[in-house]
Ligand binder design. Structure first.
Ligand code: ATP
Ligand code: MG
Length: 657
C-alpha cells in the first residue's frame, strides 16, 4: 500500500458518519428531510403518493381500513392488475423497446426481454396456465432457478389472478412437498436443472422426489434449461414448457381485474428459526409499497439498470428484482450463478458490462468479497454505480466501509435496509439523498413507518439501550395473514405487545434492536438469538460485529452453549481472511476485541476457527446447529443447509480440542 492508501484506510477506520455524496443528492428522487414530518402529520393519507405510482382500473375509496385490525386492509375499493402495472402500461406509454429483464447465465450466455417482448411472453405463459386448468385464486408453485422464465411465470400468474408460491430452487424435495401440501397447490412450474460453478445440477429428479409426497394430483410444466446436459424424460402429467408455450405465442390474455386486497402471492419465510410461515401478500398495498420504496430508497428511475443479486426464491427477489423495479419501468438484471464463477470478479464484470446504476446485495456476499481481496473489483470499471444497498442481516462497519470504498469508490451512498418477508418491503433504512449514514446502523424507520424499541413491558427504551423492535402503525406492504392460519398470524406477530381490549395493535418482528439519540436503529438480531450469560442478555449479532471488526477475521458466528456456572456461555466460530492464520494469537485478539467492544461479560469461552459456517440456502447462518455443537447435543436437522458437511467437520474439530 502507498502512503496515501494507508492514511485513507486510517481515516475511513476512524470515521463513523458519512454524508450522502453531493453528486448523488443532486439527482436523488427524495431530498427533502421534511418528508418525515409530512408523513407523520398526514398519516395514513401519506400513502396516497405510493398508490399514485400505480395505474388503477378503479380508484380506491379508503386508504386504510382498520376495522378488522390487525387484519388491516389498504386501498379498499380499488381494482388493478399487477402484471398490467409491471408491463403493459410501460408499453402503452411508448417504452416497449426498453429492456425490462437482462439475464446473465452462469456460463456466460445472456438473454434480454424488452417490455414489449416480456408482454408477449407473459401472455403466452398465462394462456398456457389457463389451458392447463388454472383458474383465478388457484395457487401455482414455482420451483425454479434464476432463469427469466421464473420472472415471466410470476407475472403470468399475476395476470390471471393466480397467486404464485415461489419455492427456492435450492430447497430440498421435502421443502417443496411441505409447501405444496400446505398451500393446496395443484400446479407446478419447475426446470430440469441449472448450472452451479459450471456443473449441471439435476433439479428434475429432486422435483419428482418431492412430488411423491404431494397429497394431490399436480400438473407440472418443466423448463428445459440444460438441453443435452441432462438426459431426462417427463412423466405422465408433466409437460415441456417450450412445447406448450410456443403454441400460445401471439395470444392475447387480458389482465384480470383484481381487488386491492386480493392475494398476489404466498411466500414461505426462510425458516431460519423454525417452521416456515406462509406469508400472504395482497395486490395493491404490496405493489404500491415496493414501488414506493424502490423509488425512495433504491432511488430507481425508469431507464436505470438495476441489479439485485438475491435469488427470486426469497422475498428480496420478489420485491426488488421483480415487482418494485418493473412497476417503475426499470431494467432489472438477473444472474443465474455464483459470485466466484468463473472467477471471483464475476459480479464486477456484470456491473461493468451492463453499466449497472444501482446494486443491492447481502452482507454475507460483501464479507466474501472482502476476504477475496480488492484486486477483483479493481479489475473493472465500476463508475456507472450510483447507489449501493444491503439486506438480510446487519452489516458490520468494517464490511460497510470496504463496500463503500472498493465498490462505491466513496461516491455512492449505502442503504442498509432492514425488513422481512412479512413486511413486504423496506422498513428501516436511511433515505440515501436525505440522511447521513452510520455504518453498522440501518438508520431511522422510513417516513410513515412507526418503529419503536421497547422493553419487555412495552415501554420505549432510552437512547443507547437495547430492547425489542416493534412497529406501532400498519403499513401498506405488510403481510395480511399467514396462509389459512389467522390464529398463528396473531400469535406470531401481534400477541406480544398489543392491547386487543383497547384495540391497540403492535407488530412484533421478533428482532432485538438498539436506538441512538438520532433515532437510528441498530438491529441486534432475532430475539431467539439472544444469549443469556449469568443473567445478562447479549445479542449474537453485536458480538459477531465486534469479532469481524478484528483484523484477519472474515466472518463469525456466535452462539450460546450450556455452561455449568454461567448458565450459558459465548462460543465463537470464526473464518479468517486470506493470508491470516487461525492461531492462538488471533484467538486472543478476538477475545480482546469483544471485551473492548461490549465488556468482559461477552467474553467468548471458546474461539473455533473453521473454513466455513453452516448456512441456509439464502446465506443465513444456521446458529442452532452451532449451539448443538457448543452444548455437545445431538445435531439437529441439516436438510435446508447449503453446506451440510461443514457441521460434522466443526463438531469433529471441537471434540479434538
Ligand atoms: P424465519 O422467520 O422463517 O425464521 P427469516 O426471518 O430468516 O426466517 P426473512 O424474512 O428472509 O426470513 O429474514 C428477515 C430477518 O432478517 C429479519 O427479521 C432480521 O432478523 C434479518 N435482517 C434482514 N435485513 C436486515 C438488516 N439490514 N439488518 C439486520 N438484520 C436484518
Ligand atoms: Mg423471520
Amino acid at each position: 500500500m502507498s502512503q496515501d492508501d494507508v492514511s485513507l484506510e486510517a481515516r475511513l477506520e476512524e470515521q463513523d458518519t458519512f454524508e450522502p455524496p453531493e453528486s448523488f443528492v443532486e439527482q436523488a428522487n427524495v431530498t427533502d428531510e421534511g418528508i418525515y414530518e409530512e408523513f407523520e402529520e398526514n398519516w395514513p393519507e401519506c400513502w396516497e403518493g405510493a398508490a399514485d405510482l400505480l395505474s388503477w382500473e378503479q380508484e380506491y375509496d379508503t386508504v386504510l381500513d382498520e376495522g378488522g385490525a390487525p387484519f388491516y386492509e389498504w386501498f379498499t375499493g380499488g381494482e388493478l392488475n399487477a402484471s398490467y402495472n409491471c408491463i403493459d402500461r410501460h408499453v402503452e406509454s411508448g417504452d416497449g423497446d426498453r429492456t425490462a429483464v437482462e439475464w446473465e447465465g452462469e456460463l456466460g450466455e445472456t438473454r434480454s426481454y424488452t417490455y414489449e417482448e416480456l408482454l408477449e411472453e407473459v401472455q403466452a405463459v398465462a394462456a398456457t396456465l389457463r389451458e392447463l386448468g388454472v383458474e383465478e385464486d388457484d395457487v401455482v408453485t414455482l420451483y425454479m432457478p434464476m432463469i427469466p422464465e421464473l420472472t415471466v411465470a410470476m407475472l403470468a400468474c399475476a395476470r390471471i389472478g393466480a397467486p404464485h408460491s415461489v419455492v427456492f430452487a435450492g430447497f430440498s424435495a421435502d421443502a417443496l412437498a411441505t409447501r405444496m401440501n400446505s398451500s393446496d397447490s395443484e400446479y407446478l412450474i419447475t426446470a430440469d436443472g441449472y448450472y452451479r460453478r459450471g456443473d449441471s445440477l439435476d433439479h428434475l429428479s429432486k422435483t419428482n422426489e418431492g412430488l411423491e409426497d404431494v397429497e394431490h394430483e399436480t400438473a407440472t410444466i418443466v423448463v428445459d434449461r440444460l438441453g443435452d446436459d441432462l438426459d431426462h424424460s417427463l412423466a405422465d402429467g408433466q409437460h415441456d414448457y417450450e412445447e406448450l408455450v410456443d403454441e400460445n405465442r401471439g395470444e392475447t390474455v387480458e389482465p384480470v381485474t383484481r381487488d386491492a386486497e386480493d392475494m398476489l402471492f404466498l411466500m414461505y419465510t426462510s425458516g431460519t428459526t423454525g417452521q416456515p410461515k406462509g406469508v400472504k401478500h395482497t395486490t395493491a398495498g404490496y405493489l404500491a409499497y415496493t414501488a414506493w420504496t424502490s423509488q425512495a430508497v433504491l432511488d430507481l428511475e425508469p431507464g436505470d439498470t438495476y441489479w439485485c443479486s438475491a435469488d427470486i426464491g426469497w422475498i428480496t427477489g420478489h420485491s426488488y428484482i421483480v415487482y418494485g423495479p418493473l412497476a417503475l419501468g426499470t431494467t432489472t438484471v438477473m444472474y443465474e450463478g455464483t459470485p466466484d464463477y468463473p472467477d471471483k470478479d464475476r459480479f464486477w464484470e456484470i456491473v461493468e458490462k451492463n453499466e449497472v446504476d444501482v446494486f443491492y446485495t447481502a452482507p454475507t456476499a460483501i464479507r466474501a468479497f472482502m476476504k477475496w481481496g480488492k484486486e477483483y473489483p479493481e479489475k473493472h470499471d465500476l463508475s456507472s454505480l450510483r447507489l449501493l444497498g444491503t439486506v438480510g442481516e446487519p452489516i458490520n462497519p468494517r464490511a460497510w466501509k470496504w463496500y463503500y470504498k472498493h465498490i462505491g469508490g466513496e461516491e455512492c451512498p449505502i442503504v442498509d435496509t432492514w425488513w422481512q418477508t412479512e413486511t413486504g418491503g423496506h422498513m428501516i433504512t436511511t433515505l440515501p439523498g436525505v440522511n447521513e449514514m452510520k455504518p453498522g446502523s440501518a438508520g431511522p424507520g422510513l417516513p410513515g413507518v412507526d418503529t419503536r424499541i421497547v422493553d419487555a413491558q412495552g415501554e420505549e427504551v432510552d437512547a443507547g439501550e437495547a430492547g425489542y423492535l416493534t412497529v406501532q402503525k400498519p403499513w401498506p406492504g405488510m403481510l395480511r395473514t399467514l396462509y389459512q392460519n389467522d390464529e398463528r398470524f396473531i400469535e406470531e406477530y401481534w400477541e406480544e405487545y398489543s392491547d386487543p381490549d383497547a384495540d391497540e395493535w403492535v407488530y412484533f418482528p421478533e428482532d432485538g434492536a438498539k436506538i441512538d439519540e438520532d433515532d437510528y436503529i441498530t438491529v441486534l438480531g432475532r430475539v431467539d438469538d439472544v444469549i443469556n450469560v449469568s443473567g445478562h442478555r447479549l445479542g449474537t449479532m453485536e458480538i459477531e460485529s465486534a469479532i469481524v471488526g478484528v483484523e484477519g477475521v472474515a466472518e463469525a458466528a456466535v452462539v450460546g452453549g450450556d455452561h455449568e456456572v454461567k448458565g450459558e456461555a459465548v462460543y465463537a466460530y470464526v473464518i479468517t481472511e486470506d493470508g491470516y492464520e487461525g492461531d492462538d494469537e488471533l484467538a486472543e485478539e478476538i477475545v480482546e476485541g469483544v471485551v473492548d467492544a461490549i465488556g468482559p461479560i461477552a467474553k467468548p469461552e471458546d474461539v473455533v476457527f473453521t473454513p466455513e459456517l453452516p448456512k441456509t440456502r439464502s446465506g443465513k447462518i444456521m446458529r442452532r446447529l452451532l449451539e448443538d455443537i457448543a452444548s455437545g447435543n445431538e445435531l439437529g436437522n441439516t436438510s435446508t443447509l447449503r453446506n451440510p458437511e461443514v457441521v460434522d467437520e466443526i463438531a469433529a474439530q471441537v471434540q479434538d480440542e
